[in-house]
Write a protein that binds this ligand. Structure first.
Ligand code: FE
Ligand code: FE
Length: 302
């Protein structure tokens, strides 16, 4: 993902955002609770057995992305970014406007396999809508990746996307590429490198700092306006170590455990929705403007 003004050398650094999405889909080929006989992979032509062992086949650019992400997402880094971006002093815009702004990121990756950011949002939300799910859930689908506008503020991709994980306590070895945490300075700090670290048993995920990225940012924007279920979908949709690997239950409270099913419910729309026709933003805009107005003010501070 690159901004239009990026230099050729930055373009050559590749579109990790899209590659990460593709990588996650390969790694989690089907929802944990889905009947294998009812398997519906991302690519309609791809069979389950063809999904690969990620460590052996991952692209070098994706490996490098995770190495940087795991090395640099420290406890202090996360607290700093949270403080910086919850000042909400960068922009004022409505949600549709934010989606159009996000769409100014130019996708320079394989056009056969990737949709624009706006199309991904609409494809996710339209699938939720098609299945007659609640209106707040359709809206959650539409806004879930708006936090990726962090890229347009110049934030590096390792601080925008990637599977999220708690900082301030031991990194689970179920996190993808756990070996890269060896380079994270927090692993040398005994106060942070223990099972509980800075947290208390069962304290609840709201008290736990996850690695910084687009999930937490959009959650912070939407917090006053959406029901709890929708906020969980926004905030934890990349928290694969929790929702797909079952890790960190010891930090969860009862609300988190109740909400987990909603996060998984949402994950299938985010990861596995793939139709061969791209949604039409011009035709869909009036519907979404109405839906947005039902829950959100016309302008939000970003
Ligand atoms: Fe996302
Ligand atoms: Fe997404």
């Amino acid at each position: 993902m690159n901004t239009p003004s990026d230099t050729p050398s930055e373009n050559a650094s590749h579109d990790i955002m899209e590659e990460w999405d593709a990588f996650v889909k390969e790694r989690y080929p089907q929802p944990a609770d889905q009947d294998p006989t009812d398997f519906n992979p991302t690519d309609p032509d791809k069979k389950e057995k063809e999904f690969r062992n990620y460590e052996k086949t991952v692209r070098p650019s994706v490996r490098k992305f995770y190495e940087e992400n795991h090395t640099k997402q420290t406890y202090d880094f996360v607290l700093g970014k949270k403080k910086e971006f919850t000042a909400f002093n960068r922009k004022e815009m409505g949600l549709w406007e934010a989606a159009e702004f996000l769409n100014t990121l130019v996708d320079d990756s394989d056009p056969d396999t990737n949709l624009s950011q706006l199309q991904h949002l609409l494809q996710t939300s339209e699938e939720i809508r098609k299945e007659g799910r609640p209106r707040w859930m359709i809206l959650s689908g539409f806004i879930h990746d708006l936090g990726k506008i962090l890229c347009l503020y110049g934030e590096p991709q390792w601080a925008v996307v990637g599977d999220t994980f708690p900082v301030g306590c031991t990194f689970s070895n179920k996190i993808v590429f756990p070996e890269f945490f060896g380079k994270n300075p927090d692993t040398k700090n005994p106060a942070l490198n223990s099972r509980l670290g800075v947290y208390e048993e069962g304290c609840g995920l709201d008290k736990v700092n996850l690695s910084w990225g687009h999930d937490e940012y959009v959650y912070q924007i939407a917090k006053p306006y959406l029901p709890t279920e929708g906020l969980y979908m926004l905030r934890y949709h990349s928290f694969y170590p929790w929702h797909r690997e079952g890790e960190y239950d010891y930090l969860c409270d009862e609300t988190d455990r109740k909400m987990l099913k909603w996060v998984l419910d949402f994950n299938k729309y985010d990861l596995y929705t793939k139709s061969h026709t791209a949604p039409d933003p011009v035709a869909l805009k009036p519907y979404y403007e109405d839906l947005i107005a039902e829950y959100f003010p016309a302008k939000l501070k970003w």
